[in-house]
Design a protein around this ligand. Structure first.
Ligand code: SAH
Length: 353
């Protein structure tokens, strides 16, 4: 293990801040021993704030129509092989009710950027879920919208919003997205969401095509500066019907290391062990928790549409019923000494009412 890198980890653990160059140094010197030190530090921080509790969010992937054409994503507009679907309001409500009965106290409504659902539709869905389950916290993940739309959803009762920034480097952003997509607008959306009062989730792909350790270091610095309430990260995974079909997918290790660093940067953060991490490594989600993650996002979408929401190839959990997924995750989490709890799972220090 590189001794300077170990010293930097200690500095980060104590001060919660490093420079971009220091993060870059850590990433360049990552090895199994450094990863182990980082995950030990991260686990201690996680336990200080969340004990052995793991929060769950039920993911409802309600539409795979998307107006965007991100080069990496399987539901991009120009993928004509993608079989498109939209869930009706009644179907979405049903998923949320199933989730409530399974113990979920928060659901994430995620989709492509599909403007067939008007703001009023989204608001009606939010109100319907809240009126049948008033203690259900609603998270949206439906991409870039106007301030007025974000405000309308908030007024209807949504309290969290996930919008990964994808990369903190605008130049890399421009390599991953077509020209009509704007890094600045995405960053502005995150700021707007925070101003409105949402708990905000940013996040990035790890080992996306062309990404350097310096790019990842910029992401870590961004997390340090912006301090999102949540941060979703996972390895980039190729999808066969995208322009990046032939690019190499990321592995689990760099994501695991980044999870540990993020836990040290912002100990109270909500940090999911993502489905993408579970896809590149059979035990990726358990390893993610042991590296500092404290959130899991099992799928509540109807099994009939699961396999159609393929952002990347070989996505796991596309066959099982929601209840089976929950049982499976409960067993996995218990096996490593943690416990899934029935709780809205706010960031420590934040209230949702
Ligand atoms: N359209 C919404 C959310 C859906 S996509 C939005 O824009 O926020 C959710 C996340 O999946 C994306 O933010 C991206 O980081 C991730 N993703 C998409 N394609 C991926 C791929 N090929 N490999 C890994 N992650 C991917």
């Amino acid at each position: 293990m590189d001794i300077n890198a170990k010293n930097l980890l200690e500095k980060l653990n104590n001060n919660h801040a490093l420079s971009i160059d220091e993060y870059d140094y850590l990433l360049k010197h990552m090895d199994i021993d450094l990863m182990n030190v980082a995950s030990e530090f991260a686990r201690i921080k996680q336990r200080q704030h969340y004990g052995n509790k793991i929060f769950v969010r039920g993911l409802i992937e309600f539409t795979n129509f998307c107006r965007n054409n991100c080069y990496y994503c399987g539901i991009r507009r120009d993928n004509s092989d993608c079989e498109r679907y939209r869930l009706s309001k009644a179907q979405i409500l049903e998923c949320a009710n199933v989730g409530y009965d399974l113990g979920f106290r928060t659901v994430v409504l995620q989709g492509g950027e599909d403007f067939a659902y008007t703001d009023e539709d989204i608001c009606e869905i939010i109100r319907a879920i809240k009126s049948s389950n008033p203690d259900m916290v609603i998270t949206l993940s439906i991409g870039e919208r106007s301030r007025a739309s974000y405000e309308a959803y908030f007024n209807a009762g949504a309290r969290r919003y996930l919008l990964r920034h994808e990369t903190a480097n605008p130049e890399l952003y421009a390599k991953l997205h077509p020209q009509e997509m704007s890094w600045q607008n995405r960053m502005d959306c995150l700021q707007t969401l925070r101003e409105i009062g949402y708990q905000v989730g940013a996040g990035f792909m790890v080992e996306s095509p062309g990404q350097t350790t310096y790019d990842l270091a910029m992401d870590l610095k961004f997390i340090q500066d912006f301090k999102p309430d949540m941060c979703g990260i996972g390895p980039y995974i190729s999808h066969k019907e995208t322009p990046f079909a032939k690019e190499t997918s990321g592995g689990a290790d760099t994501t695991l290391f980044c999870l540990s660093l993020i836990r040290m940067i912002y100990p109270q953060i909500l940090l999911p062990a993502t489905t993408a991490l579970g896809t590149v490594d059979e035990h990726g989600r358990e390893k993610g928790i042991l590296a500092g993650a404290n959130v899991l996002m099992p799928n509540l979408s109807p099994t009939s549409v699961r396999s159609k929401y393929t952002l990347y190839d070989n996505k796991i959990c596309t066959g099982e019923e929601a209840a089976e997924c929950v049982t499976c995750l409960r067993n996995r989490v218990t096996a490593i000494g943690y416990e899934i709890v029935e709780d809205p799972g706010n960031r420590s220090g934040f209230n949702t009412n």
